[in-house]
Design a protein around this ligand. Structure first.
Ligand code: FAD
Ligand code: FES
Length: 291
């Protein structure tokens, strides 16, 4: 585990769209320790919020980890505006969470919805390296939001891309892609899905009917990431679990998605105020000064 006593240098950045960006960070110990499914918590400056982010990739030779971030609210937009190669994060803790079980399933569907394409990628790669037959199903709202298509395709034996508006791949949701895959492969052993809770719930409903073991990665609000604060509690199989230490991956057919979505929306008014204050500060800073 690495703690904030040194700078965590940003060595790469790529912008996929107005809202999605990639940061590559030098941290050789973390790159060595990281396993698929794990996450980090970052702070961009001493007064900053703690933000949990999945390790979307790691390069042990370069000693770097990759994060793919969606600019949602105040902190992820502040990071989008301020972090570039040459700058650094104030704090980085990880790897956190239990690594994904790569298991023994022979035919596996890896589903990534929107930003979920990034965190599912290391699992798809690990499954492919282990010799599984990997079917990738990824979905975006439209073509302009697509990222990592070629990178993802390279670790899949079959690949289906979907878009809500039909501007790329099949017109429809990832659940339509799953139905296409399951119709062609009655032997699918497992499906892993990462994306917005509503998407993961939809995937779980499709596979429940087919009896396919399904795993999802949950993203409740996290604070410490070490099982101490209780912020990330989720209901799974009627029991309370802490996603940061017991997960973030769980059996999708046991997850109470309504509870997850309710808890994720708890701080909406405060999040709105924080974003508005930050945007107001940005406008004042960028206003031309009066001579
Ligand atoms: C294990 C895990 C892995 C994640 N991986 C990624 C990732 O790889 N890329 C990515 O872009 N996002 C990821 N997220 C979500 C990311 O942490 C939130 O989008 C971010 O904290 C929002 O902060 P904000 O200030 O920009 O937005 P806010 O306006 O504060 O929040 C926007 C929404 O983000 C969620 N959120 C807010 N604070 C937290 C928090 N402390 N923990 C979790 N969710 C929060 C809530 O649903 C909230 O409504 C992950 C979350 C978890 C729990
Ligand atoms: S984030 Fe505090 S217990 Fe999980």
């Amino acid at each position: 585990m690495s703690v904030a006593d040194v700078a965590y240098d940003i060595v790469g950045r790529e912008d996929f769209s107005d809202v999605t960006y990639l940061l590559e960070i030098r941290e050789p110990d973390l790159a060595r320790a990281a396993r698929p499914g794990q996450f980090v918590i970052v702070m961009s400056h001493p007064e900053g919020e703690r933000v949990p982010l999945t390790i979307a990739d790691f390069d042990r030779d370069r000693g770097t980890i990759t994060l793919v971030i969606q600019a949602m609210g105040k902190t992820t937009r502040e990071m989008q505006a301020g972090l570039r190669p040459g700058s650094s994060l104030y704090a980085l803790v990880g790897p956190l969470g239990r690594p994904s079980e790569i298991g023994t399933a022979k035919t596996v569907v890896c589903v990534g919805g929107g930003l979920g394409v990034a965190p599912i990628y290391p699992q798809a790669r690990a499954l492919k390296e282990r010799g599984a037959y990997v079917i990738g199903v990824i979905g975006f709202r439209n073509k302009t939001l697509v990222f990592w298509e070629d990178k993802f395709r390279a670790v899949c034996d079959e690949f289906i891309i979907c878009s809500d508006d039909g501007s790329v791949g099949i017109k429809g949701l990832v659940t339509d892609g799953i139905k296409q895959a399951t119709a062609a492969h009655p032997d699918i052993d497992e499906l892993i899905a990462i994306g917005p809770p509503i998407m993961m719930r939809g995937c779980a409903e499709v596979t429940r009917a087919l009896g396919i073991h399904t795993v999802v990665s949950l993203n409740p609000i996290m604070v410490d990431g070490t099982g101490m604060c209780g912020g990330c509690r989720v209901k799974v199989g009627g029991r309370t679990r802490f996603a940061c230490v017991d997960g973030p991956e769980f059996d999708a057919h046991q997850v109470d998605f309504d509870d997850l979505m309710f808890r994720l929306a708890r701080f909406k008014p405060e999040e709105k105020i924080a974003l508005e204050r930050w945007q107001q500060g940005c406008r004042i800073e960028s206003a031309p000064s009066v001579p």
